[in-house]
Write a protein that binds this ligand. Sequence first.
Ligand SMILES: [Zn+2]
Length: 314
Amino acid sequence: MSFLSKIVPGYRPFHYVGEKIACNLCCSREKSVLSTRDRWLNPLTNVICTHCGLIRVDPMPTDAELERYYTDHYRLHYQSTLEPTPKSISRGTKGARSRLAYLSTMIKPGGRVLDIGAGGGEFLAEAKRLGFEVEGVEPSVGFARYAERTYGVQVRVAPLMKIDFGGRKFDLIHSFHVFEHLRDPMASMKLVHSLLVPGGFFYIAVPDMAEKRTPTGMFHFAHVHGFTFETLRMMAAKAGFEWMPNTSRGAAIVLKRAEAPDPNWFLFPDHARKLEQKFRASSLTKHLLSGDPYRRAWLRLKRKIAERKLTKTG
Ligand SMILES: [Zn+2]
C-alpha cells in the first residue's frame, strides 16, 4: 500500500461512514454500482440511480466528513495552493471572457451578476470590467481574499445555503464546476431560481460523466454527484428553469428562470439505462491492461527523480 502511495500521487484512502440517501433528483432508492475505486484507485463507491441516471457517491458523506476531507485531503489531491496560480488565473480569465462574450449580451447593461464558486475572481473581474455589478461566493478563504484584493470585488466565504442576500435579485448567476461538489444540488438549484429576477439567466457547468476518460477517471471523493447533460436538464426543469439550446454545450448549459417548475421534468426516461450501459462497456481490467496507467505513473516518477536531483545539485 505504501508503494502505491509513492507512485500514485493521490493514493491516500479517506475513511468515512456517510449515510444512505435517496436520489437527489428523482428521490428513487433504486441504484446500481458503477465503480468501487476513484481515479487514484482509492476505495470509493459510486452508484447510478437506475431511474433517472444521476450518479452519486454511496454512502453519501456527511457535511462534517466533507469538511474533514477538504481540510485534510483536498489540497493534496489537487496539488493546489492556498491562492490562485498564474496558470489558473490565465485559464480562468480566458474561460470567463469566452463565456461572457455571449452571456453579457443576454442581460441588461449594468445588471447584477453573482458567481457561485468565484475561485480567484476571474469571472467577476471580467464582468466588472464590462460594467456589471458583481459579487461572489467562494468556500476557500485564500481565493476569496485574493479576488477581493486583486480585483476589488466582494466575495463571501460561507456555504451558499447560509448566505443572506438581503432580498437582492440577480440578472445572471454563474456557477462553474461547483454543483458536483454539493450534497443537495436540487436545493441549491431552487435557491438559484429564487435569487434570479423573472427571466434571469443561470449558467451552470459541471464535469460531464458521459465523457468519461477511463473506468474510474471521473470519480473523485469531492465530486459527490455526477451529472450529464440529461440529468442536469431534468434537475433544471424540476427547479423551474427553461433550457436555452443555442448557448448550451454538453454539461455546460444556460438556463432561463421560468415562472414554475415543469411537471413533465422527466425528459429522458431512457437515460439511466443508456448511461449505465456505457459505463459497463469499459472495465477496469481493460483499462489496467492498456498500459496507460503505468506509463503515466512511470513518467511522474521520472519527473520526481529529476526534480529531486535538481534540488540536490542546486
Ligand atoms: Zn434518480
